[in-house]
Design a protein around this ligand. Structure first.
Ligand SMILES: O=C(O)CCC(=O)C(=O)O
Ligand SMILES: [Fe+2]
Length: 358
């Protein structure tokens, strides 16, 4: 077995929580214990998911190729499907089109989600049809590859929510019961970070103000990141506030918790501060934001004096620092449904119309 002692984050295999696999109580309990520790310390971990969602190495490679194919399309094809302002984010985001801060993030992205039929009326502001590029511009199975990837990632995320429920002392179906229709509002985002060299020529920002993704915490529930092999860029703030590289490891995802999960668990799960730095290599990443059902109101967990002090959400996203600011729990008590909370967050994203060439 490979020695993973040198990994910056723990490696957790959630396959015992795949509904179809026979696994013992003892196996599940051991996984839950590791997960509870990872949630409390880093709020992030490497995830091994085995056969869940049929996300084999071959399937992953196909998705990276599909992402590469999309980003290589001419600008006019990509700019035909610009992401719209507001909470519903589907389509293309050019360089400078979106930022978590005033810094220019040297990346482009494509965002899609659940295959919502155009004939069905959305039930909330986060549901609706995807915006795909012209079918004639991409290879025949391009869209299907991405749709299968989405469905597979939903299954992996479901296994994580089962494991997480047990890790927090609940029944395995506790979190899944709040996530039944979460797949209809979850988001997949394909990112293409430009190498520093290209960024230098962009004239978009001074060198010091450029970053792949500004320091931030994710707002939602669970984020699963698949990084392109051989390219490091993602960094997580360690418990002492130092940035640590989280390099890609074959056959794994990075999972990090979001603010909502941290709030609802009163900090038993940490929402880690992270960022993406650019290098001389270009980088692709596939980032899945898994959300609970729009209407879900997950009750806040009981107070636990030991863990309550650990809550640390990064409030001011415009400061590129690794020190998190405290968010008071009283603000969390007023959170309505998950959907209202997250739609409000998305609607505040800084979108620079000048980033759009269309
Ligand atoms: O590209 C990555 O590795 C992570 C991006 C990220 O943190 C985000 O989009 O929230
Ligand atoms: Fe993030």
């Amino acid at each position: 077995m490979a020695n993973h002692n040198s990994l910056p984050l723990p490696l957790i295999d959630v396959s015992p929580f795949n509904g179809r696999e026979a696994s013992s109580e003892a196996q599940r309990a051991a996984v839950a214990e590791e997960l509870a520790r990872a949630c409390a310390t880093h709020g992030a971990f490497y995830l091994k998911s085995g056969e869940i969602g049929k996300l084999t190495e071959d399937a992953r490679l196909k998705v990276f190729n599909a992402a590469q194919e999309f980003f290589a399309l001419p600008d006019d094809v990509k700019n035909k499907i610009p992401i719209r302002a507001g909470g519903f984010t589907r389509g293309y985001i050019p360089i400078g089109g979106e930022s978590g801060s005033q810094a220019v993030e040297v990346k482009e992205a494509f965002s899609y989600g659940y295959p919502w039929p155009s004939t069905r009326t959305p039930e909330n502001s986060l549901q609706g049809p995807n915006e795909w590029p012209d079918a004639s511009a991409v290879s025949p199975h391009w869209q299907k590859t991405l749709e299968e990837f989405y469905a597979g990632m939903v299954q992996v995320a479901e296994a994580v929510t089962r494991a997480l429920s047990v890790a927090l002392g609940m029944d395995a179906e506790y979190f899944p019961s709040f996530c039944k229709e979460g797949d209809t509002i979850s988001l997949m985002r394909l990112f293409h970070y430009f190498p520093s060299e290209k960024a230098d020529g962009s004239g978009l920002a001074a060198a010091g103000a450029r970053i792949g993704s500004s320091a931030h915490t994710d707002w939602g529930f669970l984020t699963l990141v698949l990084q392109q092999e051989g390219v490091t860029g993602l960094q997580v703030a360690d418990t002492n506030g130092e940035w640590i590289d989280v390099p890609p490891v074959a056959g794994t995802f990075i999972v990090n918790a979001g603010d909502y999960l941290s709030l609802m668990t009163r900090g038993r799960v940490k929402s880690p501060l992270h960022r993406v730095v650019t290098s001389d290599k270009e980088r692709l990443s596939l980032v899945f934001f898994y959300y609970p059902t729009y209407e879900a109101k997950i009750p806040m967990m009981e107070k636990d004096s030991e863990t309550a002090s650990r809550i640390s959400l990064f409030v001011d996203q415009s400061k590129s620092t690794s020190s998190a600011e405290q968010q008071t729990l009283s603000s969390a008590e007023t959170i309505g449904s998950f959907g209202e909370y997250i739609a409000n967050k998305w609607s505040q994203v800084f979108r620079d119309p000048a980033g759009y060439k269309a």
